[in-house]
Design a protein around this ligand. Sequence first.
Ligand code: S3P
Length: 431
Amino acid sequence: MSNEKKLRRAEALSGEIAIPGDKSISHRAVMFGALANGETVIENFLAGADCLSTIACFRQMGVEIDQEGTKVKVSGKGINALREPEGILDVGNSGTTTRLMLGILAGRPFHACIVGDESIAKRPMTRVTDPLREMGAAIDGRQNGNYTPISIRGGKLSGLEYVSPVASAQVKSAILLAGLQANNEKTKVTEPHKSRDHTERMLRAFGIEVKEEGLSAELIGGQSLQAASIQVPGDISSAAFFLVAGAIVPSSTITLKNVGINPTRIGIIEVLRQMGADLTIEERGSHAHEPAADLTISTSELKGTVISGELIPRLIDEIPVIALLATQAEGDTVIKDASELKVKETNRIDTVVQELKKLGADIEPTDDGMIIRGKQTLRNSASVSSHGDHRIGMMLAVAALITEGDVSLSDHEAINVSYPQFFDHLNQLAD
Ligand code: S3P
């Protein structure tokens, strides 16, 4: 394939880097700022392609948003000021933009049409369009509203008590954002396991009362958002690539500054500890209800483990790089209950197994996860592909650090979706 990037090996990694802003939190800060009254100021915003898609969509609905690098000002005039977009809303590669925006649009009295890239066109949307229809929105799209292009005309919404078949923060958030528009009615979402709770935490920072109890989150519609000041912590899902790199590259010690450690996101930290990694955490306090810390990791002797159940939603985006980690652990690592991997930016069971095998890993797909047998020296020269998936691309760049052969990566631009500075940071630690 065209435009291959030659990946590097590393003898050792050292130094520290500041991890860029959290993607989930950056999306929400822009969206909630757009719905609020007043000026929302966002610091350490993630200026990656996905979050820029969110900004572009809300600008098309008349919201004034000023973005310079990692600083964003959103001039909100309240949810009723959103207006019908003249053109099509292009969400690019972003599932979070698509699903959360559908929740907002569900109660807006106008028409909007959403499209995205090839990957978005394969991602299932009835998980949000079905409950949003039940609340009163008119939605259509390919295969009865399961795939983009999707068109939506918001309606007068009723509250909903919804028991979700999947643990998904995007589903939960879409329903809560629609529920906010169901005046004086209760909306409650219950999940099989707890998914990330950034929406619940940030809604509170914008003055909304949200109740969280066990596996449920609920609110009463008709409350209005007041502008807030949001300091976005670093994205633990981006830090994950360097946590794994620090653990598997010989003679390494690296520090990752200002990483979000929300309990619903730290599955990777728990797994690293379970596998025996040499990791220390220095807490740095909280902003807008989101705690952060500096993480220091050193080369570690690792052992295999089992990853399943309630842990899965707390590390779902880290599974590709955890699979790589497991190739360097003694014994078997079994990842199960993770069939959600099949509906991410790519089918990540297939893409992880296919690409790691090219480098010589002993890895086998299962119906709901994978089995990795370690410890295995990665030694093959190979041309690997991100398949257009940012997290597969970054995982492979970390794998190349310890691979004895020459490795080149195609479709590496996908990494801009969540971590435009990734290769700069990698070079900084490897030099
Ligand atoms: C996200 C939720 C997760 C995650 C995605 C971001 C969010 O998806 O994989 O990268 O910001 O709410 P699901 O809600 O589909 O599990």
